[in-house]
Design a protein around this ligand. Sequence first.
Ligand SMILES: CC(C)(COP(=O)(O)OP(=O)(O)OC[C@H]1O[C@@H](n2cnc3c(N)ncnc32)[C@H](O)[C@@H]1OP(=O)(O)O)[C@@H](O)C(=O)NCCC(=O)NCCS
Length: 156
Amino acid sequence: MSTSRNAVEVRLDPIDAGNWRDVADLEVAPEQRTFVAEPSRYLALCAYDGLWTPLAIRAGDEVVGMLMWAVDPAEGAVWLGGVLVDRRWQRRGIGRRAVRAAIELLSRQEETLDFALSYEPENEVARRTYAKLGFVETGELEDDEVVARLRLDGLA
Ligand SMILES: CC(C)(COP(=O)(O)OP(=O)(O)OC[C@H]1O[C@@H](n2cnc3c(N)ncnc32)[C@H](O)[C@@H]1OP(=O)(O)O)[C@@H](O)C(=O)NCCC(=O)NCCS
């Protein structure tokens, strides 16, 4: 079986009755647990706060991660959060491809060119993942997390 980083197709799926358990079962490595909440907590937030929407990250037939998004009504930017890839699937290019897919999807769906996210200052992997997609740190802080923003050149 090929181990090429791009061998497996990465898709984003809505969360539904068929996949929410797979999302809830996702695990990051022990040393990464300070960077994100439990997936089940993110699912509950999305179900009840009326702001965030979760998406499952699928590689081939398997649910391998999740992310969530929300529009900030004050600025019109789409915020991404709760980005995580199961520990067994990390370092295969899935996280970056999933965030890129979310940007492509949401720029069209929400008709926005502006994206934002935040991460713990010491989360170097997150910084690296987002920086290569064009996210630039702005000097803003959100709950002690570093804010990075991406402005697309224009909708294709
Ligand atoms: C951040 C995260 C989603 C990245 O997912 P991933 O599928 O492993 O990322 P990718 O394979 O697309 O790699 C993205 C970059 O990070 C690097 N990277 C990934 N894991 C790494 C690790 N453990 N150590 C060092 N670099 C790492 C990759 O090499 C790649 O950089 P490069 O293209 O310059 O080589 C994943 O590490 C994760 O779930 N972490 C725990 C939760 C978290 O911190 N989420 C972000 C909250 S803001």
